[in-house]
Write a protein that binds this ligand. Sequence first.
Ligand SMILES: Cc1ncc(COP(=O)(O)O)c(C=O)c1O
Length: 494
Amino acid sequence: MDQSRTPYFDVLRDYVEAGVVPFHTPGHKQGIGCDPVFREFVGERVLGIDLTQIRGLDDLLQPSEAIVEAQNLAAEAYGADQSFFLINGSTSGNQIMMMTAVNPGQSIAIPRNAHKSALGGLIMSGAYPVYMAPEVDETLHMDLTVTPETVAATIAAHPEVRAIYVVSPTYYGVCADLPAIAEIAHAHGLPLLVDEAWGPHFKFHPKLPPSAIEAGADLCINSTHKMLSSLSQTALLHRRGDRIPLDRLSAVHKLFLSTSPNLILVASLDVARRQMATEGERLLGETIAIADSVRQRLNAIPGLSCFGEESCGRPGFAAFDPTRITLTVKALGYTGYEAEEILRRRYNVQVELADLFNCVALITIGTTPAAADVLVEAAAELAREDRPLDIFAPSGILERRLMSGTYTLPKIPPVRMLPRDAFLASTESVPFKSSAGRICAEVITPYPPGIPVLAPGEEITPEVVAYLDLELRAGGRMQGPYDSSLRTIRVVRE
Ligand SMILES: Cc1ncc(COP(=O)(O)O)c(C=O)c1O
């Protein structure tokens, strides 16, 4: 196929150039009806291609023209048999993968540190989770990936699982041994689903880890908006082989689409694919060089460290995405949150993510050498600063958490109900401290480390209550519960 083509972007441009008089949605009619301040700020051209699926612009729900060609080009570029455009992120990709691969009541093996959208997928699919523990880096208190051994042991202990789901890479660019995991899954006749939201660039440079599809995944998702140049909310879902029925996948994909998709997003996927297919190796080569130089310079600053390729080979750390910069500030005595705030307030630098000990910076094809220098200079200043007690009063979280040892996650509680049944059940709020023994109806994820401690359908154990209580007293924040102070918790009504 001709990867220099952008069939979908072209039909939008053609429509604008033809000067069609629009009596269709959207109501702003190519910007004319927009608030003028907004129109001027975003630009008429953007609004001009904010069109709907009328004649000639194909239909994402039932593609037959330009979208077919655009999706086929994406499949070819990624080495997949089929690719589907997603316009609700990898979030919808996770939900689609789960709803396609498992039926209500069937079991799926899933790492405990899966993104919350995977838990949403469990709720929607009605599947039963068999959780796998990821490896953990005790020094950085950072979760890694699940090992092939863990996958094999899970299948041996739970022969009822119908699919294997893994996350690779993690937020920190740490990759699983996907070829080995695929071999194990396939030897048992199971499909492998990979949340590769953070790895849409892997296919396009030999220095990057093997992509999930190359490694043998049957389905995988890529958040092209995260690491490539397509617009926010866009992502790709790829299928390879025939372990996952295409008709089912395609039907489920449609369930997750609006009948009025944003066509600018669709066109941005088309163009981002062309960019990678035709120029990816060069662009990513430059990106990797920038990231390597940033890592090297950060590692030379006393008090800062930034892991890289040398960490590969440990269990759960099979490969590494060199474009990811995890800046460890532990030795400076800052939490990652404090460092994030200082970098932003004092140096106008915003990182992607902070956790207890680290800040994560993304180097992508949009990062210029000058921007990279700003990051390094700001980090050097940060390392030189006296700890600014006046502005950033020490939270004490770090010390207290380390003293209380709250980083040891409690055992995964017994699953008493399907996540879907618990989530949709009649529920009630009870005082959290006396909730042991009840069945949780919500997801409770302390930040950090961001791994759910309770999911819908799980029994609240005394150990979990004690752990979450310590987290709260140490200043931890809870994501997920209706009552974020966790004074109360929603449980299934008895
Ligand atoms: C591992 C992982 N999977 C899925 C998602 C959801 O992706 P999106 O934001 O594209 O919906 C995220 C988002 O951060 C993620 O980190």
